[in-house]
Design a protein around this ligand. Structure first.
Ligand code: ATP
Length: 302
C-alpha cells in the first residue's frame, strides 16, 4: 500500500521558452489536506493538469496513489477532480447533471441524493443549474468530483469568487471529507482561505516550489510583533531605543513602534516605558498572518 497520495520529482512543464512549472518537488501523504498556493499564473493549474494526465510533463516524474503519472488509467478511477470550474448543463437540475455524469462515468446513480445532501444542496437538487449561486455551482462541482468515491480529491480554486460564507461552507465540507479519510489537494491563490484546513502547504511562485512542508512549520516562521504608540509622539524614538536596548529589533512605521518580540514581552515593554516616564496610547501584540509571512519569505508583492 502506498503511503503517499502525491509525489513529484523535478516535475516540469515548458510552454515554448516559458517554464510554467520548473523542477517541482513535493509529497502529499494519504489522508491529509494539502493546500497548493501561489499567485495567479504561478503554475498551479498546469501542475494539476499534469497530475491528472491531461498534459504531459516536459521533465521529471510523479506518482499518484503509487502509480506513475504517465499511466493515468491506473489511478484516475480513484481520483476526483475539479479543474478550472465545473461544466454543467444550465437547463438541467443539479441532480440531473450528476445523473448524466454518473451514467457517462459508470458510477452508482443511487448515491446522487446523498452526495447532494453532503455538499449542502439537498434541498435544491431539483432546481435548474442556471439558477444556482456561484457557491452552489462550486459545491455541485465538488459533488461531481466525489462521484467516483475518490481516495484523492483534487480541486483547483474551489473558493474562487465565493463570498466569506461560501468559503466557510467549502472549508467545512473539505474538513469533513478529510476526517472521513479522503486526501484533499486544493489550490488557491489566497493562502488565508485554506491555511486553517491544510495540514501541509505547497507554495509555488513563478513555477517554482518555494515552500513544501507542514503548515505548522510555516506557522513557526511567523515573527510576532508588538505595536506600541506613545501618547506624546516625541517619545517614539526613545521607546524604540528602549526595545532595542533590551535586545529586540524594531522600527517605526506610521508613527508606531514595531518591536519584534512575543506577546508576553508587551508587559515588560509597558513597564520599561512607564519607568522612563513614557505614556503609551496603544500597546498591541500582533501575529502576522501566514499570508504576510509567506510574502515576507518570498519578497512577493503580487
Ligand atoms: P491561475 O490561478 O491564474 O490559473 P495558475 O497558478 O494555475 O494560475 P497556470 O494556469 O498553471 O497558473 O499558468 C502558469 C503559466 O503557464 C502562466 O504563465 C500561463 O500563462 C502559462 N500557460 C498555461 N497554460 C498554457 C498553454 N496551454 N500554453 C502556453 N502557456 C500556458
Amino acid at each position: 500500500m502506498p503511503t503517499l497520495a502525491i509525489s513529484v520529482k523535478d516535475l516540469s512543464k515548458k510552454y515554448g521558452e516559458r517554464m510554467a512549472v520548473s523542477h517541482a518537488n513535493f509529497e502529499v501523504p494519504l489522508g491529509t489536506v494539502c493546500g497548493f498556493v501561489g499567485p495567479n499564473g504561478s503554475g498551479k493549474t498546469t501542475t494539476m493538469r499534469m497530475l491528472l494526465g491531461l498534459i504531459s510533463p516536459t521533465g521529471g516524474s510523479g506518482t499518484i496513489l503509487g502509480e506513475p503519472i504517465n499511466h493515468p488509467e491506473r489511478y484516475l478511477s480513484r481520483v476526483g477532480a475539479m479543474i478550472e470550474g465545473p461544466a454543467f448543463y444550465p437547463a438541467l437540475s443539479g441532480a440531473e447533471n450528476l445523473r448524466v455524469l454518473a451514467t457517462l462515468g459508470g458510477f452508482d446513480t443511487d448515491q446522487i441524493q446523498a452526495l447532494l445532501d453532503r455538499v449542502g444542496l439537498g434541498d435544491r437538487a431539483n432546481s435548474k443549474y442556471k439558477t444556482y449561486s456561484l457557491g452552489m455551482k462550486q459545491r455541485l462541482g465538488i459533488a461531481a468530483a466525489l462521484l467516483p468515491n475518490p481516495q484523492l480529491l483534487m480541486l483547483d480554486e474551489p473558493t474562487n469568487g465565493l463570498d466569506p460564507a461560501g468559503i466557510q461552507e467549502i472549508r467545512e465540507l473539505l474538513k469533513t471529507l478529510a476526517t472521513e479519510g479522503t486526501t484533499v489537494f486544493i489550490s488557491s491563490h489566497l493562502l488565508s482561505e485554506i491555511e486553517m484546513i491544510s495540514d501541509s502547504l505547497v507554495m509555488l511562485r513563478k513555477g517554482k516550489v518555494i515552500f513544501a512542508g507542514k503548515t505548522q512549520d510555516l506557522l513557526m516562521r511567523q515573527q510576532p510583533v508588538i505595536i506600541a504608540k506613545c501618547a506624546d509622539p516625541q517619545d517614539t524614538l526613545k521607546l524604540l531605543s528602549l526595545g532595542q536596548g533590551a535586545g529586540h529589533d524594531g522600527s517605526v512605521i506610521d508613527g508606531a513602534v514595531h518591536i519584534l518580540a512575543s506577546a508576553e514581552w508587551a508587559a515588560t515593554l509597558n513597564k520599561l516605558a512607564f519607568d522612563a516616564g513614557i505614556t503609551l496610547s496603544q500597546l498591541s501584540p500582533v501575529l502576522p498572518s501566514l499570508e504576510e509571512t509567506f510574502f515576507e519569505m518570498t519578497g512577493d508583492d503580487e
